[in-house]
Every structure is written in structure tokens, then in C-alpha cells.
Write a protein of this length. Sequence first.
Length: 286
Amino acid sequence: MHLADPRFTDPAAPVLRDALGTLHQSAGSSARIVSLVPSLTELLFELDLGAQVVGRTGFCIHPREALRAVPKVGGTKDVKMDRIRELAPTHVIANIDENRRETIDELAAFVPNIVVTHPCGPRDNLALFDLFGGLFGRERAAQALAADLRAALGEAEAVRAALPAERVLYLIWREPWMTVARDTYVSAMLAEVGWTTLPGVHGGVSGAGRYPAFDWSAGWLGDVERVFLSSEPYHFQLRHADEVTALSGRPATLIDGEMVSWYGSRVVAGLRYLAGLRRQLVDFAR
């Protein structure tokens, strides 16, 4: 950070602040970007920044065809430092949940700009769009995404207002069985269409963790009205739905985990997917 930098002296300049409070300067077309966050790799391509993405993780799979030409730098947790050094990025995109703090600290020793993100709910993507648009000279595309998100939020709100709230269990793993706490992005997405996740814990407060394990004798399961089986990180399939219905005594439905848990540009399609699924399940029950 330089005191002479107009970003910090010009009150008209946009403030580009990441999730750790770090201020960044606009880089525009000169940026060489390594993304360690699958959903944000997708966002970079949505903002027409694919030509500047010089590295990505093996879990960055969308857009599939375009990413074939982008070198891999390991996984989200096991990053290959030597490979990133070779690629000489000016910016690395990281996330508080997906990447290790020690990884970020090590990268900061030789990468000029580490952009740390942490969207906790769908509306947080508005600030994320502003940040990426300002950083990489894609303000107009970012504004268009923001307009699409506001429209999708309005559609979700209409569904939430029209239908009674429903308490749900969202499964992310099997043996041990694991779900999501209320202070997760997944829970916030489901809440937009009127699905309240159980158990009613907040991982940062209760000490249970944001992705708590449970057993089928837990008392709060009696309040669950529907169970969702996510396609990721555990790839639940139809055969598991019968198992879960037998264990819970509740209807069990497969759900697209990418649509619920991927932030960035995916949030728009995700909200519309959830709104449609909510209406579909209500119509099916009638």
C-alpha cells in the first residue's frame, strides 16, 4: 500500500477491499490470475477474463472446455507452490473456507496480490462482483451480473412469500452423516426460498462446527420436514434416497450441490433453480 496511491487519496475512486480488509489497486488487462476457488474461476470466465487466468486447481471444472488449456496448480488445500512460482501470477484468488491460511501466507511471500474472499450468503456476491469488476476492469459486466442477481433474489423472495416455511435437513456426507450449520452459504441460499435448515446451530458460536456430524437418534430430527441429499462433496444418488427416507421417516430429495453452494456468477442460476425446485415439490405434493 502506498500513500500516494490515488485509490487511497481520491474520494471518487472505488474502494476495492477484500474479505481480510486488504485494499487493492485496479490491475485491468495487465493481471495474470491464478484462482484457487472453483466457483470464482467460473466467475472470472463469466467476466470475460479467461485469457488472463494462468492457473487453476483441479477442482476448477467450469467452464469445462475453456479450462482444458489452463494449467493446474494442485488442489484447493494442497497447492503446488513451485508451479505457481513458474506461472508468475500478479494475483491469486483465494477463499477463507476453501484454502488454508498457511497457503495464503506462503503465497503472499512471492505473489504481489492475494485477493481473499468469503461470501457467506447470496447477497455477498454483489460486493464480490464489484471487487472483481473494479480489480480487473470489468465494471460493466459486473454491473450486469449484479442486476441479474437482484432479479433472482426478487424471484426467490416471491416464492418465499407465497409458500409456508419448511424445515429441512441438508446432507453433505454419509458415514459419518454430516449436514450444514445456519452460518453457512448453503443454509443462506436455502433460506432465500423459505427452507430453514436444521439443526438450528451456528458453527462459529456453538462449537459444533459449520458442518456438524449427527446420528439419526438426535431429538431435533423430529422437526425435520424434508431431507436433501447433495451431489457434492459426497455424491449422493437415488439409492441413497430410499436409505435416508427409511432412516428419517421423511421425504428425501436429490439436490444439485453446485447450484446451492457455488457462489460467484452461479448464484443467479442457483437461486432460480431453488425457486423452481420449491415450486415443483409443492406441486408434486398436491
